[in-house]
Design a protein around this ligand. Structure first.
Ligand code: NAG
Ligand code: NAG
Length: 319
């Protein structure tokens, strides 16, 4: 008995020494796929609800799917177009059917209300309750609403509008060049009003609010910069450049550690963990995405979930 006790103590000491030496620090070397239902493609986002369930993903045929574990896989959760039918739309990736089937791009939870806010390339900003089903449009008339982040304390919704001139169908055309008419917008659920916070953005991706709610980070994949728009403090309502990235940042998400972020670098197949001083703390090569674009890197429970507009799976990197 005594021996096993002291063995345990020795084990614990060794374990703490290893922890300190960084042997257990996350290197995300193990890769798994969460495979979409047959013919569903291009999961551009991967969000988790406040119970930690998910990921919830937006796919090309207009559905929002929810992962229910390996035994069940993904199931239908919500959709954005009132005219969508499963028979007509399931499995399509034809963007010309977007006005009928919908194309949800990104989603974000209000963790207080459990409502899910969705940007759709054809239907603008929508919301759906935690039971899913047909989402309700809150604001429309955009060319290509794309990124979104809900700040759950105030309920404010930050979203990006990729362009005033092109929509998602133009992106697939040869010779397409993104312009510099992207915007950062805010939807206030109390007044139901949308205000423009930033304009003139070039290839704007998915924004995120810092965990202290002081600013929003807004990636631009053309200029390879991440803008910072101040929500509080002496520089409130102004913006500056948070960082320049070696590669094209597509989405920024809050990391599990307060004050840190994960930047999805689209064309390099990388996830970057950065802190509030724009210091890169970790670079994770997302090897399985080297020939597919990395749209989003979402951290949860010691795992990185990777969404892409060129795959039929969500990638999961663990240790
Ligand atoms: C849905 O279909 C009806 C009837 O065809 C049409 O009038 C309506 O405009 C469609 N709605 C949308 C959002 O496309
Ligand atoms: C970011 O990390 C650097 C290097 O570890 C550190 O000096 C800096 O204080 C950190 N910034 C914040 C806001 O935590």
């Amino acid at each position: 008995m005594k021996t096993s006790c002291s063995l345990l103590v020795v084990n614990l000491i060794v374990w703490f020494l290893l922890l300190g030496s960084g042997v257990f620090s996350s290197d995300y070397k193990t890769f798994n796929k969460l495979v979409l239902p047959p013919t569903a493609t291009n999961p551009r986002s991967a969000a988790f609800d406040r119970a930690g369930e998910g990921p919830y993903v937006t796919v090309a045929d207009g559905r929002i799917l929810k992962w229910k574990g390996p035994a069940t896989g993904f199931v239908d959760f919500a959709y954005t177009s009132p005219n969508r039918t499963k028979k007509f739309c399931d499995g399509t990736d034809d963007l010309d059917l977007g006005p009928i089937c919908g194309r949800p791009v990104a989603l974000s939870f209000n963790y207080k209300t459990s409502d899910i806010y969705i940007t759709d390339a054809f239907f603008g900003l929508l919301v759906v309750g935690f039971n899913g089903g047909l989402a309700t449009q809150l604001s429309g008339g955009y060319k290509y609403l794309s990124g979104i982040d809900v700040e759950s304390f105030t309920g404010n919704v930050y979203m990006t509008d990729a362009s005033l001139t092109y929509d998602i169908r133009n992106l697939a055309q040869s010779g397409f060049k993104p312009d510099s008419t992207g915007r950062l917008l805010k939807y206030d659920p109390r007044t139901q009003r949308v205000t423009i916070l930033l304009s003139g953005l070039a290839g704007v991706g998915g924004p995120t609010v810092s965990s202290d709610r002081k600013y929003v980070l807004v990636p631009e994949y053309v200029t390879k910069k991440i803008q910072r728009y101040w929500l509080q403090g002496p520089t409130k309502d102004t913006n500056d450049i948070f960082m320049t990235v070696f590669g094209s940042p597509n989405n920024v998400k809050r990391a599990v550690n307060d004050g840190e972020f994960w930047v999805a670098v689209e064309n390099q197949g990388q996830g970057l963990r950065v802190n509030g001083s724009a210091m890169i703390l970790q670079t994770v090569p997302l090897t399985e995405f080297f020939d597919a674009s990395v749209d989003v890197v979402q951290e949860t429970n010691d795992a990185l979930y990777v969404g892409s507009s060129h795959t039929d799976f969500v990638g999961v990197y663990t240790n």
